[in-house]
Design a protein around this ligand. Structure first.
Ligand code: APR
Length: 173
């Protein structure tokens, strides 16, 4: 397990993996943050394919090609907006990871990179979100050997250090 979950710092659009996950909104028509970066890097054809998907519900995931990205696929998922720390928000974030991994498995994806879904514009606390992400990824890897590497991509060194610390602790448990 330890060698399957890797924390990296940097721009997810630069990663040479089978799939990168996009922290999208329900329209799937692009936005700011990682969504904006992915659409800029992938090019116009990504938006054209996204239009055909007719949106995506919170917690769900849909897949497109990666176009000009190094990644062959983009898995778009919509995280919850952090409002009142209800359990509901935790569950919806967990579903983003579960559904993205399930889609990756069906597609035969072996290496996948996640951004810190919902922790930017959607205001989800980074530490809480990271614990949910790692829990779901570990659960998936315990039951499936289809995916060889899961990268947690952190934007900024402080996010990287926090994520690394939470992962190390969770792997001790
Ligand atoms: N690579 C990796 N991580 C990134 C990148 C990038 N190029 N750009 C931003 N991030 C990080 C942010 O620092 C944050 O930790 O991704 C995390 C998610 O932040 P957002 O992109 O703001 O996504 P989210 O909080 O899920 O909000 C989604 O924002 O961009 C819009 O269309 C999107 O409406 C949707 C909302």
């Amino acid at each position: 397990m330890k060698d399957k979950i890797i924390v990296v710092e940097g721009d997810i659009t630069k990663l040479d993996v089978d799939a990168i996950v996009n922290a999208a909104n329900r329209s799937l028509l692009g936005g700011g943050g990682v969504d904006g970066a992915i659409h800029r890097a992938a090019g116009r054809e990504l938006l054209e394919e996204c239009r055909k998907l007719k949106g995506c519900e919170t917690g769900e995931a849909k897949i497109t090609k990666g176009y000009n990205l190094k990644a062959k696929w983009v898995i778009h998922t919509v995280g919850p907006v952090w409002r009142d720390s209800s359990v509901q928000e935790d569950e919806f974030l967990a579903r983003c990871y579960r559904n993205s991994l399930a889609l990756a498995k069906v597609q035969g994806i072996k290496t996948i990179a996640f951004p810190a879904i919902s922790t930017g514009a959607y205001n989800f606390p980074m530490d809480r979100a990271t614990k949910i992400a790692i829990k779901e990824i570990k659960n998936f890897l315990l039951k499936n050997n289809s995916i060889e590497k899961v990268f947690l991509v952190c934007f900024g060194i402080s996010a990287y250090k926090m994520t690394q610390r939470i992962l190390e602790k969770s792997l001790e448990d």
